[in-house]
Design a protein. Structure first.
Ligand code: BG6
Length: 489
């Protein structure tokens, strides 16, 4: 019949991301019944490996979130039988032509759709796209390519990459991944805002005093220093993950939920932003710290990091959107590695209640009397709203308490990994959560000047101990805008 099949090729199959995220996500989709009846998964990489060896490698990382479930073992075997391996160079077209031949055998004359996931280092990226694309099409189905960041390291290199990609692929074949967009609570942002009357009308400078986007990790670059040193935290987290959240948070209401309508609004808000300035930025780098008899390394102790590197592992920034909705509202970002905890959250701090009858019941710290909406993206997903409440009793004392939506308590279903959502969307051709090239341009325009300035002026980062809350400069930056970081309480 005219049944179709999908061939999924993971280029860079022996890499960390493939092992930790891509294969497990594909398995989870299979387990949940989301993959089409006919599908094949191919691993592609340089090292020599047999199908059996690939299966063995994949099976070791399939100890994913569902490995405790019923008949998981059986499903895993069925899945692994559909996984194959092809060894080839990334810049050799014949190797991709051999892969094409193998794929054709599996596709057995059906309508054949092909998804390539390029999970490879940036320096071989364009070569791989060229070689893959020349033999990537089955001739009768769609061909889509998922690409992972880094999408260049500034406006120029990103534009060059886009140009090169477009020589081989149409924009609607390119799926630029930002895995933060696949996170459950990031996806929920629009639902929260646009389907609850109590939020959308307050979503502006009139009621919101500032917005904070906070990312922290409690480990350093451990082993990834070689990649990281060339990029730094601003490119690794802020320019993509945090800025994407900001765009979703701040955009105007899209015409519909269609991918182009949503991305049009995201581009508009990004283009309304002021390029980040050095005076609105703090950079830091972690230094060694000994705690409880354990010595945690400095960033520059990493063997893969050049001596004396000034690359920031921490950054805080104040950004502004010059449009009618957000004029004057600081959007504060903070991102760092080797901090005291691992978390990602959005904090919305509301204005003071004008002429508040109860001001005197708060004592002197009126900042403690404003509402705050917290969206905890991870871990332990939650949405809570800090409201003022009377402490029960005969007196009149107020305190701030939480209206709390705690996902683990409210929903019994596990939260899928971001890569599951994104892979499924790519298979289904849903582009809503992928980055369009004009969005990418706009994002780079905001950060490129300050990145250049930091590098040209050789700005020395503020050193902070491994495992601490980061440089104190972040507090001064917030204070400049009369803001306090919500996560330090
Ligand atoms: C990646 C960064 O994009 O995101 C890493 O390159 C970072 O440095 C990671 O560790 C964080 O993702 P998650 O999903 O673990 O929060």
């Amino acid at each position: 019949g005219n049944e179709s099949t999908v061939s999924i090729t993971v280029v860079g199959a022996s890499g960390d991301l493939a092992k930790k995220k891509i294969f497990p996500a594909l398995f989870a989709l299979y387990y949940e019944g989301f993959l089409p009846k006919h599908f094949t998964v191919y691993g592609y990489a340089r090292s020599k490996m047999t199908d059996a060896e690939l299966r063995n490698m994949v099976s070791r990382t399939l100890t994913c979130r569902i490995d405790q479930r019923e008949n998981c073992g059986e499903k895993m075997e069925q899945f692994l039988k559909r996984c194959f391996y092809h060894s080839g160079q990334y810049d050799t077209q014949e190797n991709f032509a051999e892969l094409d031949k193998k794929l054709k055998e599996h596709e057995a004359g059906r309508v054949s759709n092909r998804l390539f996931y390029l999970s490879i280092p940036p320096n071989i990226f364009i070569d791989a796209v060229r070689c893959a694309s020349l033999s990537a099409s089955s001739g009768n189905g769609w061909t889509r390519v998922i690409v992972e960041k880094p999408f260049g390291r500034d406006s120029e290199s990103s534009a060059a990459l886009t140009k090169a990609l477009k020589q081989y692929l149409a924009e609607d074949q390119i799926f630029r991944i930002d895995h933060y967009l696949g996170k459950e609570l990031v996806e929920n942002l629009s639902v929260l805002r646009f389907s609850n009357l109590i939020f959308e009308p307050l979503w502006s400078r009139q009621y919101i005093r500032n917005v904070q986007l906070i990312f922290s990790e409690d480990f350093g670059t451990e082993g990834r220093g070689g990649y990281f040193d060339n990029y730094g935290i601003i490119r690794d987290i802020m320019q993509n993950h945090l800025l994407q959240i900001l765009a979703l948070f701040a955009m105007e209401t899209p015409v519909s939920l269609d991918a182009e309508d949503i991305r049009n609004e995201k581009v508009k808000v990004l283009r309304s932003m002021r390029p980040l300035q050095l005076e609105n930025m703090v950079v830091g780098q972690y230094k060694s710290h000994t705690k409880g008899g354990v010595t945690y390394p400095a960033y520059t102790d990493d063997k893969t990091v050049p001596k004396g590197s000034l690359t920031p592992t921490f950054a805080a920034a104040a950004l502004f959107i010059d449009n009618a909705r957000w004029d004057g509202v600081p959007f504060l970002m903070k991102a760092g590695k080797a901090l005291h905890n691992k978390s990602a959250e959005i904090r919305v701090q509301f204005r003071h209640v004008p002429g508040n009858l109860y001001n005197k019941n708060f004592g002197t710290d009126l900042d403690q009397a404003t509402n705050e909406l917290v969206i905890r993206v991870q871990p332990d997903e939650a949405i809570y709203l800090k409201i003022n409440n009377k402490v029960p009793g005969l007196g009149m004392r107020l305190d701030r308490s939480n209206l709390n939506l705690h996902y683990a308590a409210r929903y019994s279903k596990e939260i899928p990994d971001a890569y599951e959502r994104l892979l499924l969307d790519a298979i289904e051709g849903e582009r809503r959560l992928f980055i369009r090239s004009d969005e990418l341009d706009a994002a780079w325009s905001l950060f490129t000047p300050v990145l250049k300035e930091l590098e040209e002026k050789k700005i020395i980062p503020e050193y902070y101990p491994y495992g601490s809350r980061g440089p104190v400069g972040a507090h001064y930056l917030a204070a400049k805008y009369k803001v306090r970081w919500g996560d330090v309480g």
